[in-house]
Design a protein around this ligand. Structure first.
Ligand SMILES: C[S@@+](CC[C@H](N)C(=O)[O-])C[C@H]1O[C@@H](n2cnc3c(N)ncnc32)[C@H](O)[C@@H]1O
Length: 241
């Protein structure tokens, strides 16, 4: 009979690649040192969290008593992740990003006297989501996931009903999911997936809710690029029931 590990391995194989390249420029010697020496010390891997309870997660991963655990998926250059970690020293932030240049940027900021409340997975978030304990995350950020605008590539978009079900499992009741995109069609399909899941509620009362981000939601590099290129961005906040 197939057990939970078999099921997880099957889903991992079925995951279509949702990200672009993993590497840009060749790492410099200092960047190599950050990747080889610092990354293993601040890394989080699915095997480390599998089997933990939600109450045990903060201490097991962050080593200190953090009040809540938040997750940023696809942090890119890390501006938003670093801002949140700085503003919320009592929160443990997990950042996932398969693009090595972005990981190096965050490692560089963490080195020395940088924030101690960040753990990194330099890889696809999905196996980690499946390994995390139920009801263990208070906030999840997905800011400008790869848009895959061509119709034949749309199936690579990260947010679909199965992914939303995984998010619902790991989020605490009352937790918040923040999602942004500059692609109207992605907003539409993501809203269908999120509104189609009974565990999420979108409390938007007026267009102000999705046209603007709040003060505790700093802009990202990708958002700035979209704006320079004349595309407006959409911002969504969903509550986990
Ligand atoms: C368009 S970029 C946006 C980066 C950043 N959030 C920003 O707003 O500037 C999307 C990022 O999501 C990452 N990504 C895509 N699929 C992912 C996955 N399955 N797990 C983690 N990160 C992923 C990509 O590597 C890429 O850096």
């Amino acid at each position: 009979m197939a057990g939970p590990d078999d099921e997880s391995a099957r889903r991992q194989q079925a995951d279509l690649r949702s990200f672009g390249r993993r590497r840009g420029r060749k790492a410099t010697a200092r960047q190599r040192t950050l990747l080889d020496d610092l990354l293993p010390r601040v890394a989080i891997v699915p095997e480390q969290v599998a089997g933990l309870t939600a109450n045990a997660l903060p201490a097991a991963v962050f080593g200190t008593a953090v009040a809540e655990v938040w997750l940023e998926i696809g942090f890119g250059g890390g501006e938003h992740l670093l801002w949140q970690a700085h503003e919320h020293p009592d929160v443990g932030l997990i950042g996932c990003e398969p693009f090595e240049d972005g990981v190096v940027k965050v490692l560089s900021a963490m080195d020395g006297n940088g924030p101690k409340n960040i753990r990194l997975l330099a890889d696809d978030v999905r196996p980690l989501l499946r390994a995390l304990p139920a009801a263990s995350l208070s906030r999840v950020f997905i800011l400008f996931p790869d848009p895959w605008p061509k119709r034949r590539h749309a199936k690579r978009r990260l947010i679909d009903p199965a992914f939303v079900a995984d998010l619902a499992r790991v989020m605490r009741p009352g937790g918040q999911l923040r999602f942004a995109t500059d692609i109207g069609d992605y907003a539409r399909t993501a809203l269908l997936s999120l509104n189609g899941n009974e565990n999420f509620i979108w409390r938007a009362a007026s267009p102000e809710d999705w046209r603007f981000r709040s003060e505790d939601w700093p802009g990202t590099r990708y958002e700035a690029k979209a704006s320079r290129e004349g595309r407006r961005s959409y911002y969504f906040r969903f509550c986990r029931r």
